[in-house]
Write a protein that binds this ligand. Structure first.
Ligand code: FE
Length: 173
């Protein structure tokens, strides 16, 4: 009888451990901010308050990325930049554009005819300033990057017009 009680106790303890484990896993999953795209790709999101963004961005970067600003044409670091490499989000380092798709649009902002892949950026209709435009947003941290227009070169016919301040550059080693 004593043996049976001990065994029951052991089983109960094991069940309790499993239950605690499952609960913890469930809580972790609820707390995650992953976003699943239509292709099943899971993007780890970066979510910060304005206060947190202010501490990790320069005031100029904050104005572009978090307040949807636009830098003055021909003033940015990358509009005439021709090195080979990858342009990443200045807010979260998400890889956004390859130098292979960069071209000179003559607009005074860095221009790309495609994103690195479709999971990297999101687009959103933007009706501000009395214009109908399509905003480009970083898919990882939801920062404003620029706008995409349908007057780009082949093969996409798109012009991703991006603020230099929204980008950092990683050269090919
Ligand atoms: Fe980002």
């Amino acid at each position: 009888m004593i043996f049976l009680v001990d065994k029951t106790e052991i089983i109960m303890k094991k069940l309790l451990t499993i239950l605690i484990g499952l609960t913890a896993t469930g809580l972790l999953l609820i707390g995650q901010t992953n976003e699943k795209s239509s292709k099943g790709f899971v993007m780890d999101k970066v979510v910060k308050s304005d206060k947190e963004w202010e501490t990790c961005l320069t005031p100029q970067e904050f104005q572009i990325l978090r307040e949807k600003g636009t830098e003055r044409a021909f003033t940015g670091e990358y509009y005439n930049h021709k090195e080979d490499g990858t342009y990443i989000c200045a807010g979260c380092e998400n890889e956004l554009f390859s130098s292979n798709t960069k071209y000179d649009s003559g607009s005074g902002w860095p221009a790309f005819f495609d994103a690195l892949d479709e999971t990297k950026v999101k687009i959103k209709r933007d009706l501000s300033y009395g214009m109908v435009r399509t905003e480009i947003i970083c898919a990882k941290c939801d920062s404003h990057l620029g706008h995409v227009f349908e007057d780009g070169p082949k093969p996409t016919g798109l012009r991703y017009c991006v603020n230099s301040l929204a980008l950092d550059f990683v050269p090919i080693k």
